[in-house]
Design a protein around this ligand. Structure first.
Ligand code: HEM
Ligand code: HEM
Length: 169
């Protein structure tokens, strides 16, 4: 007899977290290797004004992509087995997957864009001008970051509701 946590949709989404983790790790590690290995790239991120924002894209694709995705997949695998009941809401698992990915990709795109725009403009513009130029790009990054935060709350709520009042008999 199949167990409640063996629901095909649930297994599919848990595996999608694993696949996303693998894809983000390949992108994030390659990004680090290129950033460290190509002299001009490293010079840009280290020396140009706001160039460090490109490093932020690397760190967050690794931390929110590779690390967090692996943790999400593991927790989704472990918790229903521990409490011996299905996840509280499969719909919220799906919402979590898509909002986290959407927010993370937006964060990475806008961190990178802000870094490139700021780094290039810093050659010809004054620091206050560069700051004014970068601000809207960073604000947009913040909106996507808030979406990632929302995704984390959705995940936490779903896990909490799955665990709360578990059958101790
Ligand atoms: C093949 C794998 C990786 C390579 C080659 C790599 C390379 C780099 C390089 C070259 C920098 C510095 C950029 C600079 O400031 O000049 C950097 C920064 C950073 N990386 Fe990676 N990285 C890798 C994987 C990871 C992973 C897996 C994580 C986290 C889970 C990570 C987290 C960070 C953080 C937090 C910083 C910023 C440190 C700071 O702000 O001073 N990296 N990485
Ligand atoms: C809602 C999700 C998140 C948002 C919106 C966010 C946003 C930011 C921002 C704006 C910065 C840059 C601060 C600055 O340059 O002054 C930053 C730095 C950093 N964040 Fe996050 N963050 C998030 C999640 C995380 C998570 C989950 C981790 C670790 C597991 C993390 C690790 C770091 C680290 C290590 C730095 C500084 C080093 C670097 O990026 O080079 N962040 N974050």
């Amino acid at each position: 007899m199949s167990q409640p946590w063996e629901d095909k949709e649930y297994v599919k989404y848990t595996l999608w977290f694993v696949f996303a983790c693998v894809i983000y790790s390949i992108i994030g590690f390659s990004w680090g290797a290129l950033m460290g290995g190509i002299h001009e790239f490293r010079h840009f991120v280290d020396q140009r004004m706001f160039g460090k924002l490109i490093v932020r894209a690397h760190t967050h694709i690794n931390l929110l992509g590779w690390v967090e995705m692996a943790i999400f997949a593991s927790v989704y695998y472990i918790i229903p087995r521990l409490v011996k009941r299905p996840i509280y809401s499969l719909k919220l698992v799906k919402v979590h997957f898509w909002t986290h990915n959407f927010g993370l990709i937006g964060m990475v795109v806008f961190f990178t864009t802000a870094g490139i725009v700021g780094g290039m403009a810093s050659v010809t513009m004054t620091p206050p001008e560069v700051e004014a130029l970068v601000r809207p790009w960073l604000a947009t990054m913040g909106i996507f970051g808030s979406i990632v935060l929302l995704a984390n709350f959705i995940w936490a709520y779903n896990i909490f509701r799955t665990c709360a009042g578990w059958d101790k008999s």
